[in-house]
Design a protein around this ligand. Structure first.
Ligand code: GDP
Length: 416
């Protein structure tokens, strides 16, 4: 019998190579393969109508990725719906298949209590689709439909999170990388933003909501750690979106918003957190968002689902081998069989009775008509006889004529 040494007792022997072998080339191979395959990103954008979701997505990807339909323009929503907009964008020869899922109607109904449901359902359905495709026999081309990030837009009220925000975030935070953003940050002053962020973070902590935070890895260098800190320090991102070009204070043409008091530049870190959000979603942490979706969020969903299925299966297996349950089951089956037979016999009996009844009814009617026929015949005969009798009696009453002389015979016996 062989015994395996515990992992902590295993010694890793580091050895120097005598010459170039070639596996240092692996990152290049990986790079080539990734470029050939392209990348995909599935983002969900949720928030009340008019908070600047469409504008921010189009600003982030520098392309009119999202457009609005007539109902959305009019802000008329009978219900919360889930819509997918798929596009393919290219930068420096690298292709990105971008799927943006929106939820028009969220927060715009008379009763928003269940507004989160269609969105949570969509996230779960996408997990299920992936789980199904993973379990298929042929798994060579699995498309990843899972949501990699959810941008949740908070109204720039300057107060704190509303009940709707908390209810929504609580329903989805364990299924998706949640990234809260303060919409239209240019409508608040710098001090208001600082205070608003503090209150939001307090609420998030108090409510036990988890938001996406990139991790610092052991192998990360100092630059990576700084980048990570910069991103983390800005949560929740107070953003400004605009696809329009305006003139900055120093005369540059920049994407931004012009006001009588000055210009807000979208890509100026001193004006808002757009740049940090872009770093998190696209430039530096897209792969980490996907990794966290796959390794943590999907894994939790998958194991919970399999556990549920396993428990159900175990229950049914246990029932099968439980003699008492089996006996009960057999008894119920037997009783059901008897009841069925009884019902069938009853049906046959009833059918026979009704057939007999019909037959009897038919012969009764026959008898009746024959009786009537004979009665009519007899009445006719009686009438005829009575008529005859009356006639005879009439004749009897009439005076009698003398009888005619009898014819004479000749001597020879011939009549004359
Ligand atoms: P959505 O309904 O959430 O998709 O919102 P839209 O992107 O359609 O924006 C609604 C309105 O808000 C439009 O008039 C936008 O120009 C404006 N808007 C979008 N982003 C901002 C922003 O960051 N600041 C300000 N002040 N207005 C914005």
């Amino acid at each position: 019998m062989t015994t395996v040494a515990p992992l902590e007792d295993l010694k890793i022997i580091r050895k120097k190579l005598n010459g170039y072998v070639g596996f240092a080339n692996l990152p290049k191979q990986w790079h080539r393969k990734s470029v050939r395959r392209g990348f995909n990103l599935n983002v969900m954008v949720v928030g009340e109508p008019g908070l600047g979701k469409t504008t921010l997505i189009n600003t982030l990807f520098n392309k009119p990725v999202l457009t609005k339909n007539v109902d959305e323009e009019r802000e008329e929503f009978p219900a919360v719906t889930v819509q997918l907009t798929a596009s393919e964008i290219e930068e420096d020869g690298i292709k990105l298949r971008l799927n943006v899922v929106t939820a028009p109607g969220f927060g715009a109904l008379t009763n928003n209590a269940e507004s989160w449901k269609p969105i949570a359902d969509e996230i779960n359905t996408r997990f299920d689709t992936y789980l199904e495709s993973e379990s298929r026999l042929s798994r060579t081309t699995i498309e990843d439909p899972r949501i990699h990030a959810l941008l949740y837009f908070i109204e720039p009220s300057g107060h704190s999170l509303r009940a709707l925000d908390i209810a929504f975030m609580k329903q989805v935070h364990d299924k998706v990388n949640l990234i809260p953003v303060i919409a239209k940050a240019d409508t608040l002053t710098d001090d208001e933003i600082v205070e608003f962020k503090r209150r939001i973070l307090d609420d998030i902590k108090y409510q036990g909501i988890s938001v996406f935070k990139p991790l610092v890895h052991e192998t990360d260098d100092d630059d990576a750690a700084v980048l990570n800190n910069n991103v983390l320090s800005k949560l929740p991102f107070a953003v400004v979106g605009s696809t329009n070009y305006v003139q900055s204070a120093d005369g540059r043409s920049v994407r931004g918003r012009s006001y009588p008091w000055g210009t807000i530049e979208v890509e100026n870190e001193n004006h808002n957190d757009f740049v940090r959000l872009r770093e998190l979603l696209i430039r530096n942490y897209m792969e980490e968002l996907k990794e966290n979706t796959n390794n943590v969020l999907y894994e939790n969903y998958r194991s919970a689902k399999l556990l549920r299925m396993g428990i159900e299966q175990d229950e049914s297996v246990f029932k099968e081998f439980d003699p008492l349950a089996k006996q009960e089951e057999e008894k119920a089956l037997h009783e059901a069989k008897l009841a069925k037979m009884e019902q069938e016999m009853k049906a046959v009996f009833q059918q026979k009775v009704s057939e007999k009844e019909k037959k009897l009814q038919r012969s009764e009617a026959d008898l009746f008509s024959r009786h009537k026929e004979m009665k009519d015949k007899l009445s006719k005969q009686i009438k005829l006889l009575e008529d005859k009798k009356a006639q005879l009696e009439k004749q009897k009453l009439l005076p009698q004529d003398p009888p005619a002389p009898a014819p004479q015979k000749s001597r020879k016996g011939f009549l004359r």
